[in-house]
Write a protein that binds this ligand. Sequence first.
Ligand code: NDP
Length: 286
Amino acid sequence: MARILAGKDVVEALREDLAGRVEALGERGVTPCLAIVRVGERPDDVSYERTAVRRAEGLGVAVRRFELPADATQAQLEAVIDEVNADTAIHGCLLFRPLPSQMDERAVCDRLDAAKDVDGISSASLAGVFADTGEGFPPATAQACLEMLDFHGVPVAGRHAVVVGRSLVIGRPVAMMLLARDATVTLCHSRTEALAEHVRAADIVVCATGRARSFGPECFRAGQVVLDVGINFDEEGALCGDVDFAAVEPVLGDDGAITPVPGGLGSVTTSTTMAHVVAAAEAAVR
Ligand code: NDP
C-alpha cells in the first residue's frame, strides 16, 4: 500500500512552529494580521474564508475582512488595496480570485505591496519565484507542495518532477520552486502529447489541472510520489482530486506515496498562508 501523505500532520507541525513565533511577536507588542478581501459572495470564497478565519484564530493571527459587492468598481477595490498597503497593523492580504469581469485583475494584484502579498499574486512576488529576487512570497499552494514533500522526507534534488498544469496560481510557480531545489522539471499542459508517458516517467508528479479524477492508473507506476492539487466535485457532488485515488493508490506500491483529496494539500495551503503572514509580520518589525 502506498504511503498516504496526510495534510493534517503537516498542518500540526506548522502550527507548532508558528505558535512560538506568534508568541515571540506578541512579546514585542505585535499581532500578525491578515486582511481578507472578497468581492461578491461566491460560495467557494465564502467557505474558504470561513476556514481561513478559523485557522487564523487558532494560531493567534488577527483577521480584518474587507467585503465589496459583486458589482464594485475597479476604483473601489483599488481603494481597499491602498488601505491594506497603508495600514501598518496589517501584515498580509488574501484576495479572492477570479475577480468579476469588470475588473482588471492584473492591475489589482500588482497594486498590492509585495511585502504583504502572502499568496504570491503580484508580478513582484512571481518575479521573486521565477528570478529569485527575494521579493514577496510564493503562491501558498505551490509552497504547500514543497512543505508536504519536506515534511514527509521526500528528496527533491536530482529527481525528475512532472508538473501538469501551467497556471500562475500553482503549475508554473511549483515547477520553478522544484527547479530551485534542483529537481529536473517537465511542465505539461493541455497541449502536451503523450501526457500519460510523461507522468509515468516522473519520480514526483504534481497534478494541477482541475479535471476530476482524470489521472487514472495508466498514468502511474510503482514508487512515484503523487501530489494531487485538484479541488473538484464529481458528478455526485463529492469533493475529489485530479487523480483517481482508489484506482491509482494500489499502482504506486509500498515505495510510492500520494496525497488524498480531501485531507491533503488543501489544508496545508491554508497553514502556509498563515506562515507567510507570520513571516511578513516578523519582517515588518525586523
Ligand atoms: P487553471 O484552470 O487555471 O489551470 C489548469 C491547468 O491545467 C492549465 O494549465 C491547463 O492547460 C491544464 N490542463 C487542463 N486540461 C488538461 C489536460 N487535459 N491535460 C493536461 N493539462 C490540462 O486551474 P488552477 O491552476 O487555478 O487550478 C488547478 C486545480 O488546482 C483546480 O482543481 C483548483 O481547484 C486546484 N487548486 C487547489 C488549491 C489548493 O489549495 N489545494 C489552490 C488553487 C487551486 P492549458 O494551460 O494548456 O490550458
